[in-house]
Design a protein around this ligand. Sequence first.
Ligand SMILES: Cc1cc2nc3c(=O)[nH]c(=O)nc-3n(C[C@H](O)[C@H](O)[C@H](O)COP(=O)(O)OP(=O)(O)OC[C@H]3O[C@@H](n4cnc5c(N)ncnc54)[C@H](O)[C@@H]3O)c2cc1C
Length: 305
Amino acid sequence: MRTALLRASQSRWLRDQVRDRRFVRRAVSRFMPGEDVESALQAAQRFVQQNLTAVLTQLGENVADANEARAVGGHYTEVLNRIQALKLPAHVSVKPTQLGLDLSPDLCLEQLTALVAHAAKVGTFVSIDMEGSAYVDRTLDLYRKLRPEHPNVGICLQAYLHRTPDDLDRLGSLQPTIRLVKGAYNEPASIALPKKRDVDLRYFELAQRLLAATPRPPQPHGFGTHDVGLIEHICHHARSSGVPNSAFELQLLFGIRAADQVRLARAGYAMRVLISYGSYWFPWYMRRLAERPANIWFVVKSMFA
Ligand SMILES: Cc1cc2nc3c(=O)[nH]c(=O)nc-3n(C[C@H](O)[C@H](O)[C@H](O)COP(=O)(O)OP(=O)(O)OC[C@H]3O[C@@H](n4cnc5c(N)ncnc54)[C@H](O)[C@@H]3O)c2cc1C
């Protein structure tokens, strides 16, 4: 089911079939407060009262036009300005292929450099998403170029990739800020661990390594997972190793395990919620369905709602 949904995420035909269906849009709204950035900013403002911080991301990937990629860079610059004006405890997370990586690594680097420099000016941070395995080398390359000059940039690593423990070693001298996730793409067994149990074990091993290595300020490492058992395990390990709560963040997606988000923040953990917005939600939403095929029931239910 997971593989079928991940394959479907790349189907243009299916995207065109479902994009404008009201019941699908209703189901999607469970995972995003709205398509426009204002809805995301308002959600981030509401979170402040619950002691939750935010990371905002505009949905979109594989942009094939340089002007469009530049427009995405311009959009994020405006988002950073809004974050500053509203004094929100928030930063942004960006996909390299949305900033032109498919067109040219130089174009993408130019955009990222401008964004990260602007984020520093307004006192915030930029996180770089990790996409399918074909992009990992190029994305790590961008990070290696950015990080020495810019402490306010972080990168996502995917526990399911066989290469990730070595990538973490190789990044070590940069004192990177890592967001650790399990991995959301359809990868063959030669590239990624096929069994969930092995991915979970690998995640915990990597989490232990991150807890032992503090990144340069301003941003601690983030554990991006909804796996509450794993989160408890990581928090327990941190406590028993004397790692303070301020040394890491828990990061979950908007709309998933919302009660746990509030509970963990109340228990004294730094909790950041990733809020997505934008009209290009189809592949992203299909990946959310693939993570938990039971979510398909939300689509079915909203059909009859
Ligand atoms: C903040 C954040 C940033 C991310 N950034 C990236 C990235 O840059 N690159 C990348 O490849 N992946 C990214 N991901 C996705 C990640 O790789 C996983 O696909 C996703 O988090 C599902 O795995 P899990 O760790 O939550 O655990 P799982 O073991 O998949 O799930 C554990 C439990 O969490 C709940 N759950 C998980 N997913 C869902 C869902 N979609 N809907 C409802 N319940 C769910 C279920 O109850 C499930 O039993 C990100 C995830 C987060 C939280």
